[in-house]
Design a protein. Structure first.
Length: 116
């Protein structure tokens, strides 16, 4: 999985066990340092589905909520890796949770939100 670059956007595409339309709830969570940083569900900006996948996109503002992890080129102060997980709900006996994927976080050399 690619790294999150602070002040940049971050897309993630996740294949679900069933078609996303089969689930009544889908939640993608991003955490760092044992804290929930960003969550996305249907209807949120940057949350889309296809016939087989969920696509989430973190905004520039959202990626700035993370601390750079070790190895970041500008990371004088570093935090732990970030983590992402998707959970889906169809019924009480069909609510899969994915693995928890580690994602490194890097500073951008220019760390301001760009655009209007």
């Amino acid at each position: 999985m690619a790294a999150i670059h602070r002040a940049g956007t971050f897309p993630a595409t996740i294949k679900t066990p069933l078609a996303p339309s089969e689930y009544s709830i889908i939640r993608v969570s991003f955490a760092q340092g044992q804290r929930l940083i960003v969550e996305k569900t249907a209807g949120d900006e940057g949350f889309e589905t296809t016939d087989t996948e969920v696509v989430v996109k973190l905004t520039q503002e959202e990626t700035l909520l993370f601390q750079p992890s070790a190895g970041s080129p500008m990371g004088a102060i570093t935090g732990p890796m970030a983590y992402m997980q998707i959970r889906c709900y169809k019924s009480a006996t069909d609510a899969p949770a994915s693995a928890v994927w580690p994602i490194p976080v890097y500073d951008s050399l220019y760390q301001e939100v760009m655009g209007a």
